[in-house]
Design a protein around this ligand. Structure first.
Ligand code: HEM
Length: 403
């Protein structure tokens, strides 16, 4: 159901995402928050006025449209993520839009299941599985992968250059931003025998089916693609003579806390999640970084000559417009959060995007613009703020996985 309310709000002062901290006072007369529709075009194009209002007026807000409790302030988001005993991750991969029986049948025919493996795993098997992933994506492995990343990036840029020379234009999202992380992940995980475009299509379909609001017809199309992806992963995990040094080999030799080997379904679920987590997030991030950099006055020209500017820019984009805009948790018992009592089994939606612009924590509202227009000193200090804020994530029990 499309809500008229986002359109009645005065629009944000910048284009979507350019001034996410936006002043709540600019919103004018308060409309009730209830008609907020997380899938409405108005929210999708420019969520920041809503995020400002949520933080200011209802930091823990029940959204009747989705049945989710929206948590929008940095401190509460952090508290939830740091306490996996009270706020469990079990609902992380559940479909936001309920799947009709016909879509469930398609998935069942493909043998699709997602047992707890990584992001949706609050059981004792999580730390061990997490350690398997960390062996492949720790800071050292990523640093060692730089030559691979540079080689793939150069390949793709050569192709983009040729296309621009031939046609005068090139679509960087589909030819660069999406393909770079896909090819790099394929190399790092040892994935062969499938075209990057197919993997991207499967990964995007999974995101849309489980995190989007597709129509019933679209759900059927998506379920077919997700089923194919799952089947392909299952065949690969089953039939792969995986070297022990590969990700699948590591999953095959992994032992659960009771000493038993990992079942195929859980190994497939781990691969399914790692691939989507690595491909779609990074593709989206690269696209946003490029888009914002190209529209930010002065930034593009300064990047090559100023040490640390590109890194600070990426961190700013991650903070203000992360590719993972929300994340879910579920309460195991009734709890108080931000002064609101939430019931047992409450499904929480952590508004990661808005929490990175929380003025209580990040008082500089237009950091991106300043990074572009002034000195590296500014960008370094922005980076330092982010690093200081990010540090606590790294010591949590269920550590921030991607830092
Ligand atoms: C580029 C930006 C990225 C962002 C914003 C991001 C964000 C997130 C978030 C919010 C979670 C859930 C954390 C939790 O439940 O506590 C997560 C989990 C995860 N991400 Fe990322 N991610 C990114 C990139 C990546 C990449 C490149 C990989 C590597 C393949 C990756 C692998 C994972 C894994 C394996 C988990 C599950 C961790 C666990 O259950 O312990 N992510 N990510």
């Amino acid at each position: 159901m499309a809500s008229p309310v986002p359109h009645t709000l005065p629009s944000h002062s910048g284009t979507a995402g350019t001034s996410p901290g936006g002043c709540p006072a600019a919103l004018g007369t308060r409309a009730p928050l209830d008609p907020l529709d997380l899938f409405d075009d108005g929210f999708v194009r420019d969520p920041y006025p809503w995020l400002d209002r949520l933080r200011a007026e209802a930091p823990v807000h029940y959204d009747p449209g989705t049945g989710l409790w929206l948590v929008s302030r940095y401190d509460e988001v952090r508290r939830v993520l740091l306490d996996p005993t009270l706020f469990r991750p079990d609902n992380a991969l559940r479909a936001v839009t309920p799947l009709p029986v016909a879509a469930l049948r398609i998935l069942a025919r493909a043998g699709f299941t997602l047992p707890p493996a990584l992001a949706n795993n609050g059981t004792p098997s999580h730390p061990g599985l997490r350690r398997v992933v960390s062996r492949f994506f720790n800071a050292e492995r990523v640093a060692a992968a730089i030559p691979v990343i540079e080689r793939v990036a150069e390949d793709l840029l050569d192709a983009a250059r040729s296309e621009i020379e031939a046609t005068g234009r090139c679509e960087l999202f589909s030819s660069f931003a999406q393909v770079l992380p896909c090819r790099v992940l394929m190399e790092l995980l040892g994935i062969r025998g499938v075209a990057p475009a197919t993997l991207i299509r499967w990964s995007d379909a999974s995101l849309e089916l489980f995190w989007g609001r597709p129509t019933p017809d679209r759900q059927l199309e998506l379920a077919e693609l997700v089923g194919e992806f799952h089947q392909w992963l299952t065949d690969t995990v089953r039939g792969y003579a995986a070297p022990p040094t590969s990700f699948i080999g590591a999953l095959a030799s992994h032992r659960l806390p009771d000493g038993e080997p990992l079942d195929i379904g859980t190994a497939v679920a781990a691969c399914f999640f790692v691939f989507i987590a690595g491909q779609s997030t990074t593709g989206q991030l690269i696209a946003t970084v490029l888009r914002r950099a190209l529209t930010e006055p002065g930034l593009w020209q300064h990047v090559p000559g100023r040490t640390g500017l590109a890194e600070a820019w990426v961190e700013e984009v991650l903070r203000r417009e992360p590719p993972v805009t929300t994340w879910r948790r579920v309460t195991v018992r009734s709890a108080e959060l931000g002064g609101v009592r939430i019931p047992d089994g409450a499904q929480l939606l952590l508004m990661l995007m808005g929490s990175g612009s929380d003025p209580e924590v990040f008082p500089t509202r237009s950091g991106c613009a300043r990074i572009g227009r002034t000195s590296v000193t500014t960008s370094r200090s922005a980076s330092a703020v982010i690093a200081a804020r990010a540090r606590p994530w790294r010591v949590q029990k269920r550590p921030w996985p991607c830092a």
